[in-house]
Design a protein around this ligand. Structure first.
Ligand SMILES: [Zn+2]
Length: 419
């Protein structure tokens, strides 16, 4: 092959710099045979681009398949199954600290990319991602925790950017990442769930996964469509609302709803949200388990006699015989048009069939009040308390109060069971 000699004093006229289409195609053909790393390097500006001059030749990775080239300001890694991608800066430093392509992250599958929030940067890799922002630095997320982070909306979610790599929990079993706005915890038996805000603070104060609550088993959820929030854990739940504060729930009641007449004053969600708000003070979670419509025309205005605990009428006995789906300590509420005589509700029930009747026009607090009776509470003469005997429509300072002895009675009831 002869070498082309160029006179160093040669001056080209402008029209001589114009390449013919044939020459351009020839150059494009040549580029096709360049190493994918070189193609990527040239696409990013080559030695005149931000990567700067190379500091190594193109080098095979230890796996014998991929290859890399380092430059003054970053690296390009290539593998046949991922293509060639650049990594640089603190994301590259994090990847390096984990062991480059030999780590669980594997090869990059993107260049460093701006996050949709316009603040941070990330690279995705075969086995996870590294996220960087100016205030948080660069940290990896992967596996089920990354999948949860992704499902919530990455850095644009309330979680923001990661503050840690994935870490092993002190119990040696689970894994977690902390983020700016919360954490994601994973364990083999529970999966990956987020926990944040004041609920996270409470869980942290109890001792995280080593606390009596164990690992989270849900994200933070709205409670019955209301303003209360709840996270479930292996052995309990943490409830928060602006009025109840943060409450650890270690017991629960399981409630089945049977509807003869739909509620008219407050929706079932409103009544259950109100009930959970009060029962949280006693540390009791309210589980609304099933809902069934019943066509029982002769019982829609149900005779409750004097509504004394332990005394039931034939109509109450008949109504409380409807127990589809109900197990051992489960409770039931029957929504009716009215009671005879007329009350908001009545908690008298046949032995072994715990539950209550609530009328369709009942107050927001009737459901909670009647189940207070079912769990052993009696009336008081105080309209600031749930168990007021003066009518729950007259409650003066919602949410109504439970006093501590009432909470104890409710927890000690065999009808509230430990989580
Ligand atoms: Zn009552």
């Amino acid at each position: 092959m002869s070498k082309l000699k160029i006179d160093p004093n040669l001056v080209l006229r402008e029209e001589q710099l114009v390449l013919s289409e044939h020459q351009i195609r020839s150059i494009q053909d040549l580029l096709k045979y360049q190493h994918p790393i070189t193609q990527k390097y040239l696409a990013l500006g080559g030695s005149g681009g931000w990567l700067g001059p190379n500091t190594t030749p193109i080098t095979k990775c230890p796996d014998g398949v991929g290859s890399f080239q380092h430059y003054a300001n970053g690296s390009i890694y290539y593998h046949p199954s991922t293509g060639a991608h650049e990594v640089h800066g603190l994301i590259r430093a994090r990847w390096q600290s984990l062991g480059w392509e030999r780590s669980f992250l594997g090869y990059p599958i993107t260049d460093e990319t701006a996050t949709p929030d316009g603040i941070g940067r990330y690279n995705h890799f075969q086995g996870g991602s590294i996220y960087w922002s100016p205030s948080t630095g660069a940290w990896e997320v992967h596996g089920a925790i990354r999948a949860k982070y992704s499902s919530l909306g990455w850095e644009r979610s309330f979680l923001g950017y990661p503050l840690t790599n994935e870490m092993t929990c002190p119990d040696g079993i689970g894994r977690y990442n902390h983020f700016q706005g919360g954490s994601i915890y994973w364990s083999p038996s529970t999966g990956a769930w987020e926990v944040h805000g004041l609920i996270r603070e409470q869980w942290k104060a109890l001792g995280w996964e080593r606390s009596v609550l164990g690992y989270p088993t849900s994200d933070e959820l709205a409670v019955f469509g209301g303003t209360g929030r709840i996270s479930h854990f292996q052995r309990g739940s943490i409830y928060w609302s602006s009025t109840a504060g943060t409450r650890v729930l270690r017991e629960r009641v399981r409630i089945h709803v049977k509807i003869l007449e739909n509620p008219t004053s407050f929706t079932l969600n409103q009544q259950f949200a109100a009930m959970q708000e009060v029962f949280a003070v006693a540390g009791i979670r309210v589980d609304w388990v099933t809902t069934e419509n019943l066509s029982l025309p002769t019982l829609t205005d149900v005779d409750v006699g004097g509504c004394f605990m332990g005394q039931t009428t034939a109509e109450q006995n008949s109504l409380f015989g409807n127990r589809n789906f109900m197990g051992g300590n489960d409770l039931v509420v029957y929504y009716v048009r009215s009671t005879v005589p007329g009350y908001n509700g009545c908690a008298a029930h046949p032995a072994g069939r715990p539950g209550c009747v609530v009328v369709r026009s009942a107050s927001r607090w009737t459901l909670a009040h009647e189940f207070g009776h079912v769990l052993g509470l009696s009336h008081v003469s105080n309209n600031d308390r749930l168990m007021t005997g003066l009518g729950t429509f007259n409650i003066t300072n919602p949410p109504p109060d439970l006093i501590s002895s009432e909470s104890t009675t409710m927890r000690n009831s065999t009808l509230s069971t430990q989580l």
